[in-house]
Design a protein around this ligand. Structure first.
Ligand SMILES: C[S@@+](CC[C@H](N)C(=O)[O-])C[C@H]1O[C@@H](n2cnc3c(N)ncnc32)[C@H](O)[C@@H]1O
Length: 256
């Protein structure tokens, strides 16, 4: 049977790779690298660098593939995601059928950890359910952008004994600050931190974490929100893309 390794690679620093991840990359006959158009070239470059640095078996092959982009016009969000995943599943199915030989193996290099705001596992399950190619798979954990954020700011993510919500920019206003004390916000294309009413919350923001271009800013939300907006816009303009994440915290360790 064919085998697939879904390998978490961390968030941009090749040294985020675990030994388990390096071993899995070396077990795979084929390494699949997604290319998502010019703005994501740097992400493909990180994956190529990881392969060059850690893959020592001489017969390993790299196969690059295009990820279709998500179509949004005239569709609900869920419809659009469903169609997009169906398209990616077809791409995966074709890759497994043509690039992995019977009894052979392949690996996907997944940004951060495969369990966190990533649909690789979901899409692989879809390919399995379609039952056109027989394969099994395993998941290797990676360092998430949440851990990279916490390490760069030198902070614990939770206040003592308190929960933390992980959410998106789109959903932040539904929960923070009314229902949760701490929220980690990912996938925020609308800078939701600048639209909520929580001037005294603390924000710990980071972009391009783990890479040479890493930027971090922290402080009282009302004092630093403007600075983050400006820094973010300038960085996005300079690179042509941005990935950022932040922790918002209302109250400290000892507040009840
Ligand atoms: C599709 S999700 C993937 C998350 C990934 N699986 C993980 O474990 O972090 C992409 C989001 O993760 C966050 N992210 C990933 N890498 C990042 C980085 N190097 N710096 C800042 N944020 C990052 C951003 O919020 C971005 O919008």
């Amino acid at each position: 049977m064919k085998h697939l390794y879904i390998v978490g690679i961390g968030t941009g620093n090749p040294e985020h790779l675990t030994i388990q991840a390096i071993n899995a990359l070396n077990k795979a006959d084929v390494l699949f690298i997604p290319t998502k158009g010019a703005s994501k070239t740097e992400l493909a470059d990180v994956r190529r660098e990881i392969c060059e640095r850690y893959v020592t078996r001489p017969d390993s092959r790299t196969v690059e593939y295009d990820v279709p982009s998500r179509q949004t016009a005239g569709r609900s969000y869920l419809q659009s995601v469903d169609e997009w995943h169906a398209g990616i599943a077809r791409t995966y199915e074709a890759l497994f059928a043509t690039e992995i030989s019977e009894g052979g193996s392949g690996a996907f290099l997944v940004w951060g950890d495969p369990s966190l705001y990533d649909s690789t596992i979901r899409i692989i399950e879809r390919v399995k359910a379609a039952d056109q190619v027989e394969f099994d798979y395993s998941v290797i954990p990676g360092i998430t952008s949440i851990q990279a954020l916490a390490a760069s700011h030198r902070i614990p993510i939770n206040a003592i004994g308190k929960p933390v919500q992980i959410t998106t920019g789109r959903s932040l206003a539904e929960s923070f600050p009314q229902h949760v004390d701490s929220a980690v916000v990912m996938l925020d294309g609308e800078q939701a931190f600048s639209k909520i009413d929580a001037p005294d919350a603390e924000i710990f923001w980071g972009a391009y974490l783990g890479t040479q271009d890493e930027i971090i800013v922290s402080g009282r939300l009302a004092d630093v929100a403007g600075d983050i907006l400006k820094t973010r816009a300038e960085a996005r303009e300079r690179h042509g893309w941005i990935m950022d994440i932040y922790l918002l915290r209302n109250g400290g360790d000892r507040d009840e």
